[in-house]
Write a protein that binds this ligand. Structure first.
Ligand code: NAD
Length: 367
């Protein structure tokens, strides 16, 4: 039954996929549907110049399909640049499953999703993201080899989140060194927004270093658990972005730096795990710069997870994972310097380097 009748004039205005702002020359977008399991998923393959597109699967209750499509496109594009700047031979891809991970995720649905991943013959390799656990990837592994982030007992590198958190911590320290002249976070007031898999682990690093950690989350139970475990203070105010802090660490969902928040942010450093923190990377990146706030680009400092899952493909060990992740500190300092020297935003500086690597490889491949 057709419920929405859109005139052809209106339709030409919409440009539903290729015309989306976040489309940015995606190579392939796959819409997956399965009536029996209720699976509705979108896989975005942004760029495969450096290698197969690797990126996690997010399960989220989107308000509508536009939101889901926009999210997957923004996320898969981000993966292209994350792997490129980290020096990995991987392209960028991502998947979203539309639904509530708490109530709608079943083993059958995960395996059906795995079959769709398999149908792409390795052009896209999945892993976990928000709403996913290592156990879900183990289920996907039953139907396809094109999955990473599986359990150590099943030959995988395990949950990537602690490594992601370590990389974010390294990136945050580098940004602190740049802004405050020292990378020691002791006594620095750090607000961690979102204390899920990555956020909690980041809180642990920060409290070990003696930072004054404030936590916020929409899940009250998690807040109380994490607060008790690490002695972190729960945020109780009414306008989190105006809170006077040293470091803002977005570790929930993306786009928290937007028109409504960018002038309020009362931190000197922004460094967190969430993907796509800047709603508009050009505009909001420039405003942060004008305001003297050091922004550690998300796709640069949250690469620990991809470094961890890449080990499953390249067979390198935990020591090498930690070495590569620790190096995020040096890369962040280089990018911050580069931005300062060239009078551009830190996001732009990181993007330029990532794009340069892809362009070089593209030209080599053409030879
Ligand atoms: P998660 O689902 O375990 O945690 C997210 C947390 O954010 C949850 O506790 C949730 O309740 C909370 N949250 C959601 N909306 C919120 C809001 N408006 N305010 C405060 N809290 C809110 O996810 P995760 O694996 O910890 O990932 C966190 C972020 O880091 C995501 O954006 C993800 O894409 C990104 N990331 C994760 C990894 C990884 O290895 N897991 C790697 C790179 C990037």
């Amino acid at each position: 039954m057709v419920t929405d009748v859109i005139s052809s004039k209106e339709l030409t205005k919409i440009d539903p996929v290729f015309g989306q702002n976040s489309f940015d020359n995606h190579e392939q977008i796959v819409f997956c549907n399965d009536k029996d399991t209720g699976l509705k998923a979108i896989i975005g393959i942004h760029n495969t110049v450096l290698g197969p597109a690797l990126g996690g699967t997010r399960m989220w209750q989107y308000n509508n399909e536009w939101e889901a499509l926009n999210d997957v496109l923004r996320l898969s594009r981000g993966m292209t640049f994350k792997s490129a700047i980290t020096g990995l031979n991987l392209g960028g891809g991502k998947a979203v499953i539309i639904g509530d991970a708490k109530t709608q995720k079943t083993p059958e649905l995960m395996k059906k999703f795995g079959e769709f991943v398999h149908s792409l013959s390795g052009r896209y390799i999945t892993a976990e993201d928000v709403g996913m656990e290592t156990a879900d990837m183990d289920l996907v592994r039953e139907v396809t080899p094109y999955v990473t982030g599986i359990s150590e007992s099943k030959g995988g590198a395990g949950n990537p989140s602690p490594i992601t958190a370590y990389g974010v911590f390294m990136g945050m320290k580098a940004a602190a060194k740049y802004q405050f002249g020292s990378d020691v976070l002791e006594d620095k007031k750090v607000l961690v927004q979102g204390i899920g898999h990555v956020g909690e682990s980041l809180v642990e690093h920060l409290t070990n270093e003696g930072a004054q950690v404030i936590i916020s989350d929409i899940n009250q139970e998690r807040l109380e658990n994490v607060s008790q475990k690490y002695g972190a203070k729960i945020y109780t105010g009414s306008d989190i972005y105006s809170e006077q802090i040293d470091v803002y660490a977005p570790c929930a969902l993306g786009a928290t730096i937007n028109d409504d928040t960018v002038y309020k942010i009362n931190a000197k450093v922004v460094a967190g795990a969430a993907n796509n923190q800047l709603a508009d990377e050009i505009k909001h990146g420039a405003i942060l710069r004008e305001r003297g706030i050091v922004y550690a680009p998300d796709f640069l400092i949250n690469a620990g997870g991809i470094i961890n899952v890449y080990a499953e493909l390249e067979n390198y060990d935990k020591k090498e994972i930690m070495r590569k992740t620790e190096n995020i500190y040096n890369t962040t300092l280089e990018i911050l310097d580069n931005a300062q020297t060239n009078g551009i935003t830190t996001n732009e500086a990181a993007l330029n380097i990532a794009k340069g690597r892809i362009e070089t490889r593209k030209n080599e491949n053409l030879k």
